[in-house]
Design a binder for this molecule. Structure first.
Ligand SMILES: [Fe+2]
Length: 222
């Protein structure tokens, strides 16, 4: 069972790395979104199983971008309406890629909804408020913070403080207001994770425990 879980975890991490490698501008994006989502979810008091699921969803949230042509994904100028429609399809495509895997069927629905907005002006379905699954609302917030604080082909990264101001401003408009409040209240931890993602991931990951460490292998062999 442990081997299977290790296989599962390493497979989703490999897919996540492959996706981040496809676009140099979003390098490390999936990992950071996972970290911010885990911090938020842990402050909500969610149990370990839920945290494992949110970690899986964070790592895979943009998997549908594998289906987006590089010319659209890495375009330096503003996307045309037609290109934006193509870009938007990564939500539904991501869900389709994993929805037939029984263990990932809930994760698929969160992938589909991670660009919905609290005010109903998001995509692909225009879901509003709590009609958007909680885990999709968490990822949406983590995703937007990372997008703002990362350099993109068309603009430089915004400082952490400005991104936090923007989250406050968009609470109840783009973001779930309660989640935005928790995010802002824990901004110091979020910033620490942003500045040192690898170290934080080792601390926060629930899935990494499925990897047999050298110490565990020695114990098993006794
Ligand atoms: Fe996305």
């Amino acid at each position: 069972m442990k081997d299977l879980k290790e296989l599962f975890y390493k497979t989703i991490r490999s897919i996540s790395f492959a996706l981040d490698a496809k676009d140099p501008y979003t390098h490390g994006h999936s990992l950071r979104v996972t970290l911010y989502s885990l911090i938020l979810a842990s402050k909500l008091g969610l149990n370990d199983t839920a945290l494992e699921e949110i970690e899986t969803a964070g790592l895979l949230h943009d998997i549908g971008k594998i289906s987006i042509p590089q010319s659209v994904l890495c375009k330096k100028d503003k996307l045309t309406d037609e290109e934006f429609e193509i870009m938007k399809s990564h939500t539904g495509n991501g869900a389709k890629m994993i929805q037939n895997i029984k263990k990932l069927s809930a994760v698929a629905s969160w992938l589909k909804s991670h660009h919905e907005r609290w005010d109903g002006k998001g995509y692909p379905c225009g879901l509003k408020g709590t009609d958007i699954p909680l885990f999709a609302r968490i990822i949406a917030l983590a995703d937007t913070y990372d997008a703002m604080t990362s350099t993109r082909p068309y603009r430089k990264a915004l400082p952490h403080e400005i991104a936090i101001q923007e989250i406050k401003r968009c609470a109840g408009i783009q973001f779930d207001p309660e989640l935005a409040e928790i995010f802002v209240a824990n901004e110091a931890e979020i910033k620490a994770a942003k500045d040192n993602p690898e170290e934080y991931y080792d601390k926060l990951s629930f899935l990494q425990k499925y990897i047999n460490t050298a110490a565990e292998i020695l114990k098993l062999n006794k």
